[in-house]
Design a protein around this ligand. Structure first.
Ligand code: SME
Length: 171
């Protein structure tokens, strides 16, 4: 019985190259918990990080309905726009600037409940109201950041921090 259930689950996740399974009418925590193994299964078969970032951005947008989800990659002395889902965005951010540049410099996740109150926030869209930026690390060095924007205030909390950091560790 246990083995059968495991086989069914694996089949479900292996199929997700075509479809994500996203539960409805459940908490954000449960959506993340359902999404995580599907992303894990998808990313394990691909070594190209741009492709993996593209699927993570798409999956997060589809599953959680964020306004903007995307990656900025460290290229030399700046962050350069990478795979994303949402409206067009600024292409280049220097170390220490904005929420992304600050998360890169501090090598830690930053939650911004109200972007208007974050000194130096870079407004790529006037519709963005709150934001979370998670560093992507390789051997303790930040190689990219995941930026998620909401068009509502106070959208991000410890649940997002926990799961988005865990998802970034898949890269
Ligand atoms: N707001 C970010 C810039 C990137 S966009 O939100 C997509 C920042 O302050 O770094």
């Amino acid at each position: 019985m246990g083995t059968q259930l495991f086989a069914l689950n694996i089949t479900k996740y292996l199929k997700m190259a075509e479809d994500l399974y996203i539960p409805t009418d459940v908490s954000k925590e449960e959506v993340y918990r359902s999404l995580y193994p599907q992303l894990e299964a998808l990313l394990i078969s691909e070594t190209d990080q741009i492709a993996n970032m593209a699927n993570i951005a798409s999956a997060l947008k589809e599953a959680l309905g964020f306004f903007w989800v995307g990656f900025y990659r460290v290229v030399g002395e700046r962050l350069v726009l990478g795979p994303f889902q949402g409206p067009i965005a600024c292409t280049s951010i220097v170390l220490g600037r904005g929420v992304c540049g600050s998360a890169w410099k501090q090598a830690k996740t930053i939650i911004v409940p109200d972007v208007d109150k974050f000194p130096g926030h870079i407004a790529c869209s006037s519709q963005s109201r709150s934001e979370i930026v998670v560093p992507v690390k390789h051997k303790n060095t930040v190689v990219a950041v995941l930026d998620v924007d909401s068009n509502q205030l106070n959208s991000f909390d410890e649940t997002d921090l926990y799961w988005l950091e865990k998802i970034c560790e898949l890269l």
